[in-house]
Design a protein around this ligand. Structure first.
Ligand code: AMP
Ligand code: MG
Length: 337
């Protein structure tokens, strides 16, 4: 490809434009995230936000890179999974830019984009991915031409759980980073913590996970008088240990030796540490991309678009509709893994 590939991310709370250059090198995205004053994310309100800021955000991208639109030679967008109204805004912007510039359009799988940016950034070849984000929690590995979901949450995503628990304490979205901070502060004052009186359920079922029970139980600890910092610490330890356990089983079953973290919750230092410890114990390695590429970002969409275009895939307009429920293993992996 001669010019730049534009990537548009709009699956949920974030609208983001990112770029990949003609060599396939990713460049940092410009993003804007809805932060509702109260309550969770309303899909239509988030979509309205994306619509309102799209023009100025795109202009910021062009200005930051001193780029003229004619230097964009392809447009990639998140085709799914995600919130319908938000996805549709991104797809409409993508179709508009592609038609205006007369360049190819490619709709990509958001979950697969997390994997590919992680592989590119961390230089790992065939990892087990622990994908921990707001809406998704999956353990994924490449087998026979697809990224297969080996285990996943049966109720809510881990990030969603952290955000909901935080919201009940009056902490605004996103709650995950605040829980991390409160846990760290509490730990600094309690260097030898014990789980006594802070125990929570550990919801691993085979290769699957569940998080609503642990959230309810954490709230009950608080209601019974436990300190918020202590409960944040315990909640992280339990929820992350469950993810790490499934990831370890996946490494064991597949015989792979690289673990890769992705998704917003992969920004968490404690989770990164637990993954490194587990990987170290089984002579494997654990990798996490820079935080700007863990959270939802347009660059990863641009990267997967670039890769798919290199492998001959283009999305015709009549096939460019979004799919809220697109599964990780629906996307055929036509490139080298
Ligand atoms: P994503 O859905 O991938 O964009 O990620 C957003 C989610 O990541 C939200 O649920 C955040 O609360 C969560 N998150 C972001 N940073 C952290 C962190 N440091 N620790 C835990 N969760 C985090
Ligand atoms: Mg995501």
């Amino acid at each position: 490809m001669n010019g730049w590939t534009l990537g548009i991310e709009s699956t949920a709370h974030t609208l983001s434009f990112g770029l990949v250059d003609s060599e396939g090198i990713p460049h940092p995205a410009v993003s804007d995230t809805v932060r509702p004053d109260k309550g969770g994310i309303h899909p239509r309100e988030a979509a309205d936000h994306h619509k309102e800021i799209a023009h100025s955000l795109f202009q910021t991208l062009l200005a930051n890179y001193n780029l003229s639109p004619s230097e964009i030679h392809a447009v990639a967008y998140s085709q799914g999974p995600g919130l319908g109204p938000c996805l549709r805004v991104g797809a409409a912007i993508a179709r508009g830019i592609s038609s205006r510039l007369d360049v190819p359009l490619v709709g990509v799988n958001h979950c697969v984009a997390h994997i590919e940016i992680g592989r590119q950034q961390c230089g790992c070849s065939d990892p087990v991915l622990l994908y921990v984000s707001g809406g998704n929690t999956q353990v994924i590995a490449h087998l026979d031409g697809r990224y297969r979901v080996l285990g996943e949450t049966l109720d809510i995503g881990i990030g969603n759980m952290l955000d909901k628990f935080a919201r009940a304490q009056g902490i605004p979205f996103p709650g995950g980073p605040v829980i991390e901070k409160l846990a760290k502060e509490w730990l600094a004052n309690n260097p030898e913590p014990r789980l006594t009186d802070l125990e929570l359920p550990f919801a691993v079922r085979g290769m699957d996970l569940a998080f609503s029970g642990v959230m309810t139980a954490a709230q009950r600890l608080l209601d019974n008088g436990a300190e918020l910092g202590a409960v944040c610490w315990s909640l992280q330890e339990h929820a992350f240990a469950a993810c790490v356990e499934v990831a370890e089983r996946a490494l064991s079953h597949t015989g792979k030796t690289e673990l890769l973290l992705g998704g917003g919750v992969a920004c968490n230092t404690r989770l990164r540490e637990m993954c490194s410890l587990m990987a170290g114990e089984r002579e494997s390695t654990s990798h996490a991309p820079p935080r700007m590429y863990c959270i939802d970002n347009g660059t990863m969409i641009g990267l997967l678009g670039y890769i798919e275009l290199q492998n001959g895939r283009v999305t015709p307009y009549e096939e460019s509709a979004v799919d809220q429920y697109l599964r990780t293993d629906q996307t055929q992996v036509t490139w080298a893994v």
